[in-house]
Structures are given as C-alpha cells and as structure tokens.
Design a protein around this ligand. Structure first.
Ligand SMILES: C[S@@+](CC[C@H](N)C(=O)[O-])C[C@H]1O[C@@H](n2cnc3c(N)ncnc32)[C@H](O)[C@@H]1O
Length: 233
C-alpha cells in the first residue's frame, strides 16, 4: 500500500478546501461582517479572524479530514462553542447533520441564521447538565475550547470534566467520540496534569492541544473518587 507523503496530504487538503469554498454562497456573509463592524466595537479586531474565509475553511477542512468526516456515513455532530459556525459549515458540506451551541451573542445568532444551522443558545457551566438537544450524537467537537474556564476561570479540574463527559454520554451513541482542541494556558500547558492523566485513563488520545476521547467505556460511569489514584484538585 502506498502511504501518502506530506506533500500529497497537503495537496489533498488544498483541493478539498477549494471544493468547500466554491460550494458556499458567501455573498450574504458580507451583511453579517458589516453588522459586526458596526455593532461589535472593540471586538471586531478579534472577530475579524472569524471572517477570514480562506483561513477558516482551510483550518476547519483540516479538522474535518482529521476526523474522517470527508468520507463515510453521515453523522450527527454537536459543536460546543461553535462561534461563527465554520466547522459546522464544513461538516455539513461533507454530508453531516450539525447542531451548534454557544453563548448568547447576536453575532453568532446572525451567523447561524445566515448558514441556516440549528443553534442552541446556552452557556456551558461546570457541573451543570447540558440542555436536552433531542438527538443522539455520533460526534461532539469543541474547537479552541473556552467553556472550561479558560479565560474567566476557575479552570475545570477532574470532577468538572468527569461530570461533563458523563452528561455528554447521555446524549450520544455508544461509539461516540469527543474531539477537542484546548487553548493554551499562560504557562503554555493545555490540560492540568491530573486532568490529562484522567482523560488518558478514559482512553483518550492526547497530542499537544488535541484530545480525542471515547464517550462510552466499561469504566466510564464510575465516580471520580474510584477512578483516581490520588485526590482530584
Ligand atoms: C475561541 S472561540 C472558538 C470558536 C470556534 N469553536 C472556532 O474554533 O472558531 C470560543 C467559543 O466558545 C464560546 N464559549 C465560551 N464560553 C462558553 C460557554 N461557557 N458555553 C458555551 N460557549 C462558550 C465563545 O463564545 C466562543 O464562540
């Protein structure tokens, strides 16, 4: 079997990205950009990256390919902290059903309504159940996760992640996975050491900021106390 080299992979990614780009009608998005420019003073510099179409499509096509979404059967996907919805757009292009979750913000609502993507306005909180989404998801993603107290603290420890995983398991299929990209902390680390160990014990593969975790497993329902070899932080 021939294993594609890096250059071939890059060429495939660029080709996929071009396909997604050409399939999208981006003209209506200009109205959202104009609205954001006039209504999100001070925030627009940050939000500008949300409207860098080539960057967003390239980045999110890369995530979709990493997750195998460019081939295979249609999946039901939940995007937590979806922002302006670029991952949802790309996943839908590849034939998947997507539901977006984010905090209340008119920018996100306008984007989701432009893309026609079902949206739940909801703030994820530590040790608080998620709303009932009315679906069993095959895949949950959280890209550049902030809901774990990343910017406003306190940062989630093992009990908070345990609650979150168990809660997500209620609304996911038996083979469902959670894929997250974690924002770096000020010291450059991604997950606190006890959390990284706990997540790895649950069967996650962790590579730098990427975490890919099965949401169901034989030991997953056990309490944190019995799954930890030392006290959680
Ligand atoms: C860094 S942005 C990433 C947006 C998008 N996932 C992406 O990769 O482009 C983090 C997103 O998480 C959302 N967010 C932050 N705290 C949240 C919370 N507690 N519940 C739900 N969404 C949250 C923010 O509103 C923002 O859209």
């Amino acid at each position: 079997m021939i294993t594609p080299g890096r250059l071939t992979q890059r060429a495939c990614l660029a080709w996929r990205w071009r396909c997604v780009r050409h399939a999208l009608s981006l003209s209506g998005l200009l109205e959202v950009v104009e609205w954001a420019r006039n209504n999100c003073p001070g925030q627009f510099d940050d939000n500008a990256k949300y409207f860098d179409v080539d960057f967003q499509l390239y980045r999110n096509t890369a995530f979709a390919i990493r997750l195998g979404l460019h081939k295979g059967r249609s999946q039901r996907i939940l995007d937590l902290g979806a922002g302006c919805g670029w991952f949802c757009v790309v996943a839908r292009y590849f034939g998947h059903e997507v539901t977006a979750v984010d905090v209340e913000h008119e920018l996100y609502t306008r984007c989701m309504s432009h893309w026609n993507i079902p949206q739940f306005v909801h703030r994820i909180r530590a040790r608080t159940p998620l709303p009932h989404f009315g679906s069993q998801f095959d895949l949950v993603v959280g890209l550049s996760v902030c809901f774990n107290g990343h910017e406003h603290g306190p940062l989630w420890g093992v009990p908070e992640w345990h609650f979150f995983f168990e809660d997500l398991a209620q609304q996911t299929t038996p083979t469902a996975r959670l894929f997250m990209t974690i924002n770096a902390q000020s010291d450059g680390s991604y997950l606190p050491e006890p959390v990284a160990r706990y997540v790895a014990d649950r069967g996650a593969s962790i590579s730098g900021r990427y975490v890919n975790l099965p949401l169901h497993g034989p030991d997953h329902g056990r309490s944190v106390a019995t799954t930890m070899t030392e006290s959680p932080p």
